[in-house]
Design a protein around this ligand. Sequence first.
Ligand code: AHR
Length: 644
Amino acid sequence: MKLSTLGSIFSFLAGTNALTLNIASSGGNKSSSLLYGLLYEDIYHSGDGGLYGELIRNRAFQGSSANRVASLDRNTDYWHPVGEGVTLEIDTSSPALSSSLPYQMRVDVPAGTTGRVGFYNDGFWGFNVDATQEYIASLYMRGEYSGTVETYFHSSTSDSVLGSTTTSIASSAGKWTQGYSPVFHPTASGADANNTFYFTFDGAQLAGKSIYVNLLSVFKQTYKNRINGVRTDLAEALDGLSQKYIRLPGGNNMEGLYSPYYWKWNETIGDLVNRPGRPGTWGDINTDGFGLVEQMQLAEDLGLEVILGVWAGLYLNGQLIAEADLDPYVDQVMDELEFLLGDTSTTYGSLRASLGHPAPYKLAYIEVGNEDYLNGGTSSYYAYRYAAFHNAISAAYPTIPLISTINPNPINTEGAALDLHIYGNQAYFASLFGTFDQASRSYPVFVNEYAATNTGSNTRGEIGAQTLGMACAEAIFLLGCERNSDVVVGSAYGALIKSYDEEPGTVAVIKHTANEVLRTMSYYVQKLFAENMGSETVPVSVNGGGFGPVYWSATRDAEGKTILKLVNYGGEIGEENAVQVVVEGSSAGTATLTSLTADSVDSVNNLEALGGEASVITTTTLQGNNGVFSVAFDKAYEIVILVV
Ligand code: AHR
């Protein structure tokens, strides 16, 4: 972005095709204060192995993710024995750690063993080992043993131990004993994520014997030091987005692939030994360690309003709960709402207090289901499913608005909200600019999932991480939402977080490895849009052209600042094509101008080792004259925000 010359002479510089935008000082609509939000669900390790701070993979033998298919087959995947002849087996002998975690790992140690024996874990594509941070390890064990447990990271790259801790544990055959390491700092940071985590025992004591272990854990210091909390770098990346709300817990992952594995709130709370986990929708077993309370805590820590999704009786394979059988599922939702919202005199409100949160949480909206049109769900949603949840929830919580996942809302009265999910290629997204211009003002709209995906041979239609072109197309779509934010209440990108190791080529706001956080092009679009929100739209009249290849939207904030967002989508660049901006009623001589662009329309943000971030954000002061400014694009694909 080049700074233009003074506005008073811009008319000499501007070419004949240049646009002039006259921004009115009033006359628009009130904007939604929630316009930019997040969708959280555990998809491709957004939760387990992602946000959730647990670093051990397959910590409680809750199922298999072999070949990226979640199943309840138990195995010792990601675990390896330590010591000559030591073997690891899945075991179901009694007593189990809990009825929720009935499988454990048996460690058989051959007779005559001396030295250290045990096992190590691969983590989720390795471990982040950071000597500046605190870690703590723990396990449950059963079997005759009275001795030390050593826990440590080992670097496969340098073949060295990165600091070890020792703790004593005395366990017996008939019952489970929990042991904790001391809080420790690794003595050195890992050169990379190629690290493993070890638990070892005195082999002489265990020679010819077996021990049983379960719920093995290592946590790094979490965001805001929450117990059972989240990864700091990922939470900070979320915080940096400056979004206003979060929808949780999904997404298709809430629905479940097949009966009975929908997301059950009561199996995700309390002591971890009482959380059975479930086969998730996206190829992985969910531990449910990052459960309802942890998700609500994250929302509080990030200052986000919450849209709670509740399961509405449809599995992804099309299995449905019949009308006659629906009541218990409605009751479960009412229990969940009492847990979240009830005072401490209620059964579930008191349970919430006992888990450390006496004050009720707040819910901005409740969304009934997710994509209930999938796999034959539409007719039952209209016939009875939506109404059953709507009637019960509205009777108890009349001030909390509900959102339908199908358009139109089955209760088609004034103010009934709906959620549209919009995915498509870049060209499609750019074409959506005017989508809401003629929308009825009677039905508030959320776009609680959207993403420009790319075309290609991939049958899933999601090739590659976001390019600058895709991000600009998303920005055009968001301009259309902002222009109509009297009716478009919120927008959220799907998906929010994915593991780069698992899904390098599909879209997300953020990708991560054990060691890195990758902010995509879309991340920066959402961040800049949310950081530059107005409280009302203001009309813009145009001379010299119309929408495309330049698109715009103008708002004013509560302080009276005018915010103009522009997207150059394959348009002209340079001073001679500068957009001339007239802010009516303003005498300002300077404006703040922020630009997001990259070298080429195909540029993508990548991990450091693969080129790093291609996106470039600059903020400059633009000189103007009496509220008149000349904005020149530097790149054919560029997003510019002018604040006057
Ligand atoms: O964002 C990814 C998925 O896409 C969501 O789980 C689902 O609701 C949508 O179809």
